[in-house]
Design a protein around this ligand. Structure first.
Ligand code: SAH
Ligand code: SF4
Length: 394
């Protein structure tokens, strides 16, 4: 691949209907859609079949216009068009990194914006999806954490990110064409802006829709939800979604984790690990990913690596080391490559996979923890961030 300078491209989008107009079908579960169809006058007996038909058009074929749903009678199409819309958020702009990563600025109802990142790799294409505008949590190394929570995304706005990016990749199937097994968008990670477990119901519904076998067909094994450690919701993630789980672990003592991931003051390391021991049984998933951001001199010693291995003993796990991605005003530095390798080596020798995550899309601020919508006013100054992290002013 030839490396080129990042480009910014403004994408033309069709104007969307006002949010107080007819109800949006995107984001409704099958049951929700069924109820909506019945309320709009569909006979009870036909409702299930109508849902099957409309569902396929929307989520399998990517159709947005009732007029194109040719296996429905004309007057039924008219009834649907009278009561419903098929509306997605808008792509405001797209930036493409020199490494092929695409960062989309997505506008949702109310004029708020979130970021969605598509990361192409050799054997897969991963979409990093946002679940909230901003975040209520204030992890001291995370750019999103400096932005106030504005609101939760709806299920439609979450699955809408997947659909918009499929549009942009031109990946909806073409009727009659041979089935193509290689998917550009093959995996979802809930690792964008926000804490997904603080918006559980919408995240669950959006993932159920994404997993549906008659629609987007992403298997639960290709979806990973990352949480900072909202302990009471972890079991539900297993039983109600069943996807893979990643934990933003980042420290091996409560004293350090209290600063890096302040939710630790509510549910500390021991409490979190107890909840995690149950996860694989409940969800039938293979391993939990422990995400560990490498911060120079803060959490990256050999002692930390050894403590980490001891802490997670007995949990089927892999440890994903994330070189810290800097952002303007960040109070930390990335650990050196040698330090990261030495840390990885200790973990590897203890029998755990310890991949070091290659930062993607850094030139367009699309890498982990760099997402933040420029339109939302910063809640904290640089000095306030530094002070909270127990560091001198920048
Ligand atoms: N709120 C959820 C999901 C979003 S964050 C969570 O915290 O898990 C996705 C991952 O990026 C988390 O592991 C987070 O800790 C990590 N991250 C945040 N800021 C980062 C930064 N500046 N550099 C590297 N990783 C970061
Ligand atoms: Fe929120 Fe996750 Fe960032 Fe923490 S790391 S502030 S939980 S988005």
């Amino acid at each position: 691949m030839t490396l080129s300078a990042p480009i910014t491209q403004h994408v033309h989008t069709i104007p969307r209907k006002a949010p107080d107009g007819p109800a949006n079908l995107i984001g409704l579960t099958r049951d929700g859609m069924r109820e909506a169809f019945v309320a709009a006058g569909t006979p009870e007996k036909q409702a299930k079949m109508r849902v099957n038909q409309v569902w396929q058009w929307i989520y399998h074929w990517g159709v947005r216009d009732f007029a194109q749903m040719t296996n429905l009678a004309k007057d039924y199409r008219a009834l649907l068009a009278q009561h419903f819309v098929i509306a997605l958020p808008e792509i405001v702009s797209k930036q493409v990194s020199s490494d092929g990563t695409r960062k989309y600025l997505v506008r949702i109802a109310g004029g708020h914006e979130v970021e969605t990142v598509y990361i192409p790799e050799e054997d897969r294409g991963t979409l990093c999806v946002s679940s909230q505008v901003g975040c209520t949590l204030t992890c001291s190394f995370c750019h999103t954490g400096t932005q106030k929570l504005v609101r939760n995304l709806t299920a439609g706005e979450i699955v809408g990110q997947v659909m918009l990016v499929r549009d942009d990749l031109g990946e909806w199937p073409v009727p009659g064409a041979p089935k193509d097994e290689t998917r550009l968008l093959s995996n979802i990670v809930l690792m964008g802006m926000g804490e997904p477990l603080y918006n559980f119901d919408a995240v669950r519904d959006a993932m159920k829709i994404s997993m549906d076998a008659e629609g987007l067909q992403l298997s639960r094994r290709r979806i990973t939800l990352s949480t900072s450690g909202v302990v009471p919701e972890i079991a539900r993630t297993a039983t109600e979604i069943g996807c893979n789980l990643a934990i933003s672990f980042h420290a091996t003592t409560d004293a350090v984790r209290d600063v890096l991931v302040p939710i630790n003051k509510r549910w500390n390391i021991a409490t979190l690990l107890d909840a995690l021991r149950e996860y694989p049984n409940l969800s039938n998933s293979e391993r939990i990913t422990f995400e560990y951001v490498m911060l120079d001199g803060v959490n990256d010693s050999d002692e930390d690596a050894r403590r980490l291995v001891t802490l997670i003993e007995g949990i089927p796990a892999k440890i994903n080391l994330i070189p810290f991605n800097e952002w303007p005003g960040a109070p930390y530095k990335r650990s050196s490559n040698n330090r990261i390798r030495a840390f990885a080596d200790i973990i590897y020798k203890a029998g755990y996979a310890s991949p070091i995550r290659t930062p993607r899309g850094e030139d367009i601020m699309a890498a982990c923890g760099q997402l933040k919508s420029a339109t939302e006013r910063a809640r904290k100054s640089r000095d306030a961030i530094a002070a909270e992290a127990g560091l001198p002013p920048a």
